[in-house]
Design a protein around this ligand. Structure first.
Ligand code: NAD
Ligand code: UFG
Length: 338
């Protein structure tokens, strides 16, 4: 069992990962500045697991704070979720994205090096792939220039981390390229709680279902896809959380930098999401067909065979589970953690 620092652990994916880490018997220290989350998520993680974790409210950009953390806790490895993630906002305030995501990751790696901690699992994104690649996307395919500043920060951080492992063989780094995380823990006690108007499909759908929004706008119905709407690879957040435990195990006995896609390998259209949500949950989702959203690709889904073969990971949940669990969370928490 290991002592794991989870940056951004109070957030959506981080809180689910903390829960799985505690259940697996690891010790967990969370560092989060709560800029996009609530400490309530961690209270609930502790209640669900009947185990405690150590929460530090702080920022990855604060090197002195990180030094203190590493002195007080003997950390074996870091899972790094902290960062800003709103695609549209990243076009308005790029410097904030460069600072929190890129400079923040450098600050974290510097502090890790000072503390002699060299195992890292990083939250990357399928957005790093060149848009010219045809799905299923595999890890050998070229990366490209992401269409937005958020995606650009993920690409830059991947490249910086890879160069770090080349320069110093003590580093061992996993780059997990997430496809589209959705769903929530079965209990409905923790889940996705976006601030303001959701950017992503699933929280928008559940907020329409719960009556917080009038109708779903489907962005684009003239793509070259099964029904004209955008196709994505939705992955249950609990499966995604477990991928971090598998990647951690892999990195404890390895050197270098390696990327893995974390998706189910199934391409699902927006209309299929809406229709299946209605069937599984017995709730109607009013909708309109709207113009395409800038920067969207028609189709993106994973070739996940590398993660299955090398990490011993296997997604357990299908689309119906994802949609039932998203709704279970939203229904029990109509206003999220507030
Ligand atoms: P989230 O916003 O719920 O979690 C991120 C957490 O980091 C939040 O709790 C926030 O308060 C914290 N944070 C932000 N800046 C910080 C800083 N400077 N110092 C300390 N804490 C800070 O987001 P999420 O959906 O859980 O995503 C987690 C990670 O996964 C992010 O890096 C995100 O870019 C990446 N990712 C997410 C998706 C997705 O669709 N959700 C897809 C691909 C990659
Ligand atoms: N969509 C709608 N209506 C909405 C929201 C989304 O029709 O209100 C559509 C989009 O056009 C797209 C699909 O639903 O076809 C999925 O959109 P999301 O915004 O949920 O997800 P994206 O695939 O655009 O982006 C996600 C993450 C990014 C990450 C990217 C990598 O949000 O962080 O995957 O592929 F970079």
């Amino acid at each position: 069992m290991a002592n794991i620092l989870v940056t951004g652990g109070a957030g959506y994916i981080g809180s689910h990962t903390c829960l799985e880490l505690l259940n697996a018997g690891h010790q967990v220290v969370v560092l989060d500045n709560l800029s996009n989350s609530s400490a309530e998520s961690l209270q609930r993680v502790q209640a669900l697991t009947q185990k405690s974790l150590h929460f530090i409210e702080g920022d990855i950009r604060d090197g002195a704070g990180l030094d203190q953390l590493f002195q007080q806790h003997k950390i074996d490895a870091v899972i790094h979720f902290a960062g800003l993630k709103a695609v549209g906002e990243s076009q308005q305030i790029p410097l904030a994205y460069f600072e929190h995501n890129i400079a923040g990751s450098i600050s974290l790696a510097q502090a890790m090096q000072r503390a002699g901690v060299f195992k890292l699992v990083f939250s990357s994104s399928a957005t790093v792939y060149d848009e010219a690649n045809i799905s299923p996307l595999n890890e050998e395919m070229p990366t490209g220039m992401p269409s937005n500043n958020y995606g650009y920060t993920k690409l830059i951080i991947e490249q910086l981390l890879e160069k770090l492992t080349i320069a110093d063989e003590r580093w061992s780094i996993a780059l997990l390229r997430y496809f589209n995380p959705v769903g929530a823990h079965k209990s409905g006690q923790i889940g996705e709680d976006p601030q303001g108007i959701p950017n992503n499909l699933m929280p928008y759908v559940t907020q329409v279902a719960v009556g917080r929004r009038e109708k779903l706008s489907i962005f684009g119905s003239d793509y070259d896809t099964v029904d004209g709407t955008g196709v994505r690879d939705y992955i249950h957040v609990v499966d995604l959380a477990n991928a971090h435990l598998c990647a951690l195990n892999n990195r404890l006995n390895a050197q270098g930098c390696r990327a893995w896609n974390i998706g189910t390998g199934n391409g699902i259209s927006v209309l299929q999401v809406k229709n299946t949500f209605e069937q599984v949950n017995g709730v109607e989702i009013p909708f309109e067909l709207a113009p395409r959203r800038a920067g969207d690709v028609a189709t993106s889904f994973a070739d996940n065979r590398r993660a299955i073969a090398e990490l011993g990971w296997q997604p357990q949940y299908g689309l119906e589970d994802m949609l039932a669990d998203s709704w279970n969370w939203q229904k029990q928490n109509p206003n999220g953690y507030r």
